[in-house]
Design a protein around this ligand. Sequence first.
Ligand SMILES: Nc1ncnc2c1ncn2[C@@H]1O[C@H](COP(=O)(O)OP(=O)(O)OP(=O)(O)O)[C@@H](O)[C@H]1O
Ligand SMILES: [Mg+2]
Length: 298
Amino acid sequence: MNLDSHSASPLPASVDTTLALLGRGDYIADRSLATAVYLALKLRRPLFLEGEAGVGKTEIAKVLAGTLGRQLIRLQCYEGLDVASAVYEWNYARQMIEIRLAEAGQQGRDSVEEEIFSEPSLGGPPVLLIDELDRTDEPFEAYLLEILSDFQVTIPEIGTIKAKEPPIVVITSNRTREIHDALKRRCFYYWVDYPDAKRELEILKVKAPGAAEQLSREIVGFVQKLRTTDLFKLPGVAETIDWTQALMQLDVLTLTPEAINDTLGVLLKYQDDIGKIQGSEALRLLTQVKAELAAAGD
Ligand SMILES: Nc1ncnc2c1ncn2[C@@H]1O[C@H](COP(=O)(O)OP(=O)(O)OP(=O)(O)O)[C@@H](O)[C@H]1O
Ligand SMILES: [Mg+2]
């Protein structure tokens, strides 16, 4: 990825250019995702991404910021996050507030109005990532609604801070709880699904480029099979990438039952899941994968 973060690029003009833009950031999107991203940018709506863990939700915001040459402002949500800490933790906002406070001290305090969401030197509004919104509670959602409706925040001692140009907003959720309709209504919603085998193989090509083609195919085949199994926590794309790297470290050239059993902890993170797959089930799935690859002419 060769990105000049100091020159802002124009927003993509079509679904195809959006696909290409994400591709430049090593993000392999399918057309429906590129369409959602394109429309959210075009219609200036926040993009609301829901999906299981490790399917590439957060990465979309990072790649958009990188490829568009915008600053990324990330607000990591957590249980008990309140408005005040959100505003202060919001690094960039905090800096702006401190600057404004200092200025207000000299010039007398009225309401402080400043563009906290746009960074002039970067030539375009930043990407605001509100990550894992489902971890916060409802009062915080109400506060977000305020931000998303007029892109301004009100801080008791300081006043109201308003963005000159609205940022590109990406919200993610793992759906550990439902997000309110009022918030969803303001967004463009997209469910990020697990990739199919073809796309997951493409992802491996860019994210684990050293892996041999045959090994990558076996890995993808095995992970895809695992995702049809009844497990407590299915492996995401992140796990597929990690597993590939782990197998490469061990100089594994082709999947074997032993290699799988020795490295299952990279793929599955619950002992019950590991217990279920280890041994005969791994062998059964692997045999199916090898047979299917052979039948497909590999
Ligand atoms: N379509 C894709 N193209 C390229 N890389 C991808 C893709 N999907 C996922 N990845 C990679 O998978 C990893 C996990 O992605 P990410 O952190 O965005 O997942 P997430 O959905 O935010 O997960 P979580 O819910 O656990 O936060 C990253 O390294 C990312 O680069
Ligand atoms: Mg994430």
